[in-house]
Design a binder for this molecule. Structure first.
Ligand SMILES: [Zn+2]
Ligand SMILES: [Zn+2]
Length: 270
């Protein structure tokens, strides 16, 4: 039976709350859903609470955004010990860095003469982990751009006048952080990361899995990454990378057998 191990909620840049994601996953007949918000685990506890009375397992996770030579590399972490002090401290630092980045983006947009304030963006962010999608949504709401894509293409994407690079955090650092907190690090959507040459170094650092199945991976890429996973003895994971119904793939569109969940649990703390 299926498990969707890559799902975002309103705790980061998803449009559906953790509770609603759980209800939707249950209605779809999924056995397990992985809550993997960007740089935060705040969606995990509410999801677990919502799933308590349902026949659905919530796999606790996170997706840490890192950089490698100007490229964005995402590292998923499953079954991290939520009480690990070092992990919590580092995640708090990352949250601070995300907030500072959004503030700097808003400053830039204002210096371009656009009528957007940090208060406007904060209203969109709510209690979530702040990021560029919130700025994009604010610009849409204010009528400055027609849609989110235009915000990225014209204003806040890499190379645009409102672009601010994120503070550097390396994939190796993210992997060791997850490992030290008892979790299982997995390289997310390796095809979009174009990170094949990095994989041996990440395996050395403690990488345990590869996200072989992802909406952005074509059939040939799935075959390729299955081979890479086998070669380095990595778990082959997968998920929809669901962010909401208007954005990218649907919940449950990409799934893996629940045996993968059992394998992740075995890897945790070992
Ligand atoms: Zn990602
Ligand atoms: Zn994601």
């Amino acid at each position: 039976m299926p498990a969707d191990l890559h799902v975002h909620t309103t705790a980061s840049d998803g449009t559906e709350s953790p509770e609603r994601v759980v209800r939707l996953a249950h209605a779809l007949g999924l056995d397990a859903v992985g809550i993997t918000d960007h740089d935060t685990v705040c969606g995990v506890a509410p999801a677990q609470e919502a799933a308590r009375s349902l026949d659905l397992e919530v796999v606790p996770g996170i997706e840490i955004n890192t950089d490698y030579q100007g490229r964005e590399i995402h590292i998923l972490g499953y079954y991290i010990d939520p009480g690990d002090a070092a992990f919590r401290a580092r995640i708090r630092e990352l949250a601070g860095a995300r907030a500072r980045r959004v503030e700097r983006i808003v400053d830039r947009l204002r210096s371009l003469g656009l009528a957007v304030t940090m208060d406007d963006v904060l209203r969109v962010i709510g209690g979530a982990s702040p990021g560029r999608p919130h700025v994009a949504a604010t610009l849409v709401r204010l009528g400055i751009v027609g849609d989110r894509q235009e915000a990225f293409d014209r204003l806040i994407g890499r190379g645009c006048p409102g672009y601010v690079p994120r503070e550097k955090f390396s994939p190796v650092e993210a992997i060791s952080l997850i490992r030290r907190a008892g979790g299982v690090p997995v390289l997310a959507h390796p095809a979009t990361a174009e990170a094949d040459h990095l994989i041996p170094e990440l395996v050395q650092a403690g990488l345990a899995g590869l996200e072989v199945y992802h909406p952005e991976h074509g059939a040939a890429q799935v075959v390729h990454y299955r081979e890479v996973a086998a070669k380095f003895r990595l778990l082959a994971t997968g998920g929809s990378d669901f962010h909401g119904y208007a954005i990218h793939a649907h919940l449950g569109e990409v799934v893996v057998p629940t045996e993968v969940v059992a394998a992740l649990k075995l890897q945790a703390r070992t």
